[in-house]
Design a binder for this molecule. Structure first.
Ligand SMILES: [Zn+2]
Length: 298
């Protein structure tokens, strides 16, 4: 599972190649519009090559002559560029995205890193790799605070989840495991996916998955989700922990994540007390110290 930072880093070679192609194209156009410019650039190149040989020969007199020749050619070149209205930087390598200088990340006024808008493709790929292939249309901007008439409650939950993801709710002695418990059909999945996407947008590694899918997820992904920055497991229920070895898989994920204080959110329609009572024993021990995102639901 590649993180957004890895995906962007891998694309840098491609971006560098694009910059080079753009430069070559710009030079080709300038030379076509003004053959005189190409001619003088060829002459400058020739003078430089000869000067190089003179340097090897340690022929000071000749070196001086070539230096003067280049100066004269450069002056001529400047005039040609001006007269023909050519961009003086036509042969300079330029960034493809001025917003991020082709790094793929921009920094907000508060210093937070964010994936640049020029990396939509990498973002989409990362969302897909991070368990969200089925939710391409889920976007935070479409999360309505006033859905079902509970504007302040929904906004509070959203902000709480964002705080967990940003590590703003962390304190050393408390658990990094969270329970987001709310009524069915209240938009839990939508919000969970959007918060995971936000994490990736902020350059973090994140994963969204259904709890029951832990039984079918590949071992590589399982290893990855033990160490990513932010994990959300949806449709959590005591019954799920009793089937398909999920109790054991989940237990090892939670143990490793807890040791590194990595935030994990279990999303469920059931109240915490009920889950603590009924879950697989290893899980219920961890749940009892877990923190709550929202009012208990159902
Ligand atoms: Zn950019």
């Amino acid at each position: 599972m590649k993180t957004i930072k890895e995906l962007i880093s891998e694309s840098l070679t491609e971006v560098a190649a694009s910059r080079e192609i753009n430069r070559e194209e710009s030079i080709r156009r300038a030379y076509k519009a003004c053959p005189e410019l190409k001619d003088i650039d060829d002459q400058i190149l020739n003078v430089r090559n000869n000067r190089f040989i003179a340097v090897i020969d340690k022929d000071e007199r000749l070196i001086k002559r070539f230096d003067i020749a280049e100066e004269e050619l450069q002056a001529k070149r400047d005039k040609i560029i001006l007269r023909n209205n050519i961009d003086p930087e036509f042969d300079v390598i330029k960034n493809i995205c001025d917003k991020c200088g082709d790094t793929g990340f921009t920094k907000g006024s508060d210093g937070t890193l964010k994936v640049c808008s020029c990396r939509k493709r990498e973002l989409e790929t990362c969302y897909e790799n991070s368990g969200m292939a089925d939710f391409t249309s889920y976007k935070m901007k479409n999360y309505r605070d006033d859905y079902l008439g509970d504007a302040s409650g929904r906004k509070k939950i959203k902000n709480e989840l964002l705080k967990v993801l940003l590590g703003l709710s962390e304190s050393d002695e408390k658990s990094s495991l969270w329970i987001y418990s709310a009524a069915p059909q209240s938009g839990k999945t939508f919000l969970s996916v959007c918060v995971c996407k936000t994490a990736i947008n902020l350059g973090k590694s994140a994963y969204y998955g259904k709890c029951e899918d832990l039984a079918v997820i590949g071992t590589d992904t399982l290893d990855d989700i033990k160490r990513i920055d932010f994990l959300v497991l949806d449709d959590f229920a005591d019954s799920v922990t009793m089937t398909n070895n999920i109790g054991s898989i989940l237990n090892s994920i939670l143990e490793i994540r807890a040791a590194s204080k990595l935030p994990t959110v279990l999303v469920t329609p059931f109240p915490k007390t009920e889950l603590v009572n009924k879950c697989d024993m290893r899980i219920s021990g961890k749940l009892s110290s877990a923190r709550l995102i929202s009012k208990e639901g159902r």
